[in-house]
Design a protein around this ligand. Sequence first.
Ligand SMILES: [Zn+2]
Length: 147
Amino acid sequence: MKWIADMEAFQIGSKWYPKEIAILNTVTRECICLTTRCSIPYSMVYPNYLPTLKCQFAIHGLYWDQGDYSLQRANQIIVNKVKAGDEVYVKGDQKAKFFETWFPSQVFEITNAPAIKDLKLCRNQVCNKNHQGMCARRKCFELLPYV
Ligand SMILES: [Zn+2]
């Protein structure tokens, strides 16, 4: 089986703080999309980073400390779906590195897709969190033709 994985996240330097993680099965179209809480309280974030986080929030619309799952629980749910021998396709080398920590030796990079901002065919595939178009679920569907 092939899956497409994507996420929306805060990023400070090279460290990801995932907010929404989605995987889509390219054959069955089963899609699991989970929102996650950041493990560090917002009040503990170093003030110099706050302008960066505000810019990132403006893009994905997901609050730092809101989410349905802890990152650990989301990891368990999603890792359980992907079986040995399955392949997980990810767009972007930094995201690929992140997902390699979840699926060692199963991650492949999507290199032939246009920039996400230019992919607009799946606007109806957003999740139910009402956080506009930059939705991990929608992006997985947008990438379907390129896997
Ligand atoms: Zn979403």
